[in-house]
Design a protein around this ligand. Sequence first.
Ligand code: PLP
Length: 345
Amino acid sequence: MIELRSDTFTLPTSQMMEAIQQAVLGDDVYGEDPTVKQLEEEAARMLGKEAAILMPSGTMANLTSIMAHCPRGSKVIVGNETDIYIYEAAGATVCGGIMYEQIPTLPDGRLAIEDLESAFPLDPSDPQFALPALICLENPHNRMGGRVLPLSYLVEVQRFAATRGVPVHMDGARLFNAAVALQVAPSEIAQYADSVQFCLSKGLSAPIGSIVAGTHTFIQSVYRLRKMLGGGMRQAGIIAAAGLVALQQMVDRLADDHANAKRLAQGLAGIEGIVMNLEEVETNIVFFRIEHPNYTWETFVEAVQAQGLQVAELGHGRIRAVTHSGIGSEDIDLALDIIRKVLSS
Ligand SMILES: *Cc1c(COP(=O)(O)O)cnc(C)c1O
């Protein structure tokens, strides 16, 4: 089976399994797991932040970050196509008493500065209004096709946020894909946000885990919230050991995933019945539509699955294909053969 539904299907590498087996462990709720400490220090260093903390998931990383930044009764500004707004079960509202202010997401994943502006009440002293306490960006933007936010845009948002006195949180689930695409260090991107989360469990191919990075005081708040939400983990070094291998060995190879995504996109663009925009493909995510007399997206997904290819719908009837460490260029060619065969029938 060629698995293109998500880069979360990546299995731990043999080096990860070895590192897990040899990891020095302790109880991380006592702060005594040296492997977790090592991963947190390495992640903070790579992101250019004071401190970092290991989380069980990106969802908990975002939730604790939002709750650490936002008091109860305040608002968090999010794009209407973001993971935080769509896929995280309204955690900030449920757990933090925080209101989501959703604003439009531009096709390239940006939030327009004018739209950010309009989320702030003209008179903040008017007690009728909930006040925004945080701006969230997603980078790369999953549902906008893995688009990477330009550094010049991050500067603009940082400046705007400073004028309003609110911090910026970056949901960088695939932050390292953005860094590889822009050919910059991840810290060059992270410097424009007060806090950043990234997933070890996606393209970096670790089995479990996310990281939140920020200032020491911010990470202290996240640490408390992680415990409150049940995310304090005992011998978490078995997760951190794989995470360390991910950071050491799995970053540079993301360029191969990007090349394979382009290869797939170029092939798809030449197939009758498929609509896709090549320019949108900047990282490891490819979105396309089916416009075919015999197929809808539902029947297309079923038909290619029967031939050994897994893809999935991801919003607005679009089909998403994600490349990752389990996919080689020969798999891409096979996938294209399957799609050609299906659509010609
Ligand atoms: C996957 C993802 C998350 C959530 O991570 P989980 O580990 O699945 O909870 C958050 N944001 C984005 C953009 C993602 O792609």
